[in-house]
Every structure is written in C-alpha cells, then in structure tokens.
Design a binder for this molecule. Structure first.
Ligand code: NI
Length: 208
C-alpha cells in the first residue's frame, strides 16, 4: 500500500513537472511576449542563469563575471553532436556577422553538457571551426551539472542500439543574458541567424 501511494505521488510529481516545463517553454503559454521570429521573453520571477565556474580552451578559469559590461549569448551542447549543435553554432556565428560592430558587445559561449569527452582544449578548438569569436567552455562534471541546473538545461546520455558510442539528449535553447547577468531573451532552436541578430540588436539598443 505504502509503495503504491509512493508511486502515485512520484507519478503526479513527474506529470506536474512536465506540464510546468511545457508551459514555460511553449510560446504563448506563460510567456508574455512571444516574437514571431521564435524568440520569447520569460515571465518575471522565473530565475534562469546565475554564477558559474568553468574552464576555457586555454585552461583559464572563467566565471559569469569574466566579461564585465558585456552581454552573453549562451548555447549548451557537445562537440560529438551529429546535427543540432553544429547548426546552432553556425546560426550563432552568422548572427554575429549580421550584428556587425555590435557583436563586440556580446560574448558568444558554447558550454558542453558532455564534460567526460569534451575537454576544455577540445571545446576551444571546436568552436574556432565556426567563428574565431566563439568561446568554448567545459569543466568538471560537477561544474557542468551546476551551470546546467542554473540555466535549466536538460541533458542525458543515450546509447543507440547499434552503437557503442553514446549521444547526449539535450535541450537546445539559446540564452541572451544582460550585462547584469539576468536573462533577457530565450531563443528556440531553428531560429534564423537574421531573426536572432534582429532580436539581439533590439535588446542591445533598448538597453543603451
Ligand atoms: Ni546537440
């Protein structure tokens, strides 16, 4: 009897959690402002982001305070990703190009959710394939778990039946953080570089 009740409680918890995440992620759900371009602003009071300690490609320890006065455009993924991550990094790079000189105010970060395979050096080399301005970050599994928790990033290891190498299942949002460290915009995957640049430009100009 006790076990059945426990399972019911666990089941209800999972359903509630899934429903709130779906609402939070779904444009037009809890989100007040949804851009037609796929960007949306999260409702006030939803804490996303925060402090982190990670390592860059040259082995230097970096935190959220490493680029004072600048915005951060953050994407979480991994270098072994067969499709979505490379596409999103290309979009990020193209958006930086479209931003022109304004891009200097934005620090583009690619943070791994696969720290077992993605060493800081590998992250540093990988991002340069897309754009010299991109910064790849890794860390210990604990450091990665902490930053993923802060940004509400979902990730899990999956091993396909026909393979010995594993893949990472992961959420694929892009985060625009203001110089004060607060979340300003969240971008869904598959956004065009043009729309991404447009949304970033509007945020930057509203702030200055
Ligand atoms: Ni990926």
């Amino acid at each position: 009897m006790g076990r059945i009740i426990r399972w019911i409680v666990v089941g209800l918890g999972v359903v509630l959690l899934a429903a709130s995440v779906a609402l939070w992620m779904r444009p037009g759900g809890l989100n007040r402002a949804t851009g037609r371009d796929g960007s949306f602003v999260v409702p006030g009071g939803v804490a996303v982001g925060g402090s982190f300690v990670l390592v860059d490609g040259s082995g230097r320890t970096v935190t959220e305070a490493s680029w004072p006065g600048r915005w951060m455009l953050i994407y979480f993924g991994y270098t072994f990703c067969p499709d979505v991550c490379p596409t999103e990094l290309q979009t990020m790079a193209a958006a930086l190009d479209a931003l022109g000189p304004l891009a200097a105010r934005v620090v583009p970060l690619f943070i791994t959710i696969d720290p077992e395979r993605d060493t800081p050096a590998q992250m540093g080399e990988y991002v340069k394939l897309f754009d010299e301005r991109l910064i790849g970050l890794s860390g210990t599994p604990q450091q990665i778990a902490a930053v993923a928790r802060a940004y509400r990033v979902y990730y899990a290891r999956v091993t396909p039946k026909d393979s010995t190498a594993y893949l990472m299942d992961h959420s694929s949002f892009m985060y625009l953080m203001g110089p004060d460290g607060t979340l300003r915009m969240l971008f869904r995957p598959d956004m065009s570089a043009w729309d991404l640049a447009k949304a970033i430009r509007s945020c930057l100009s509203a702030a200055s």
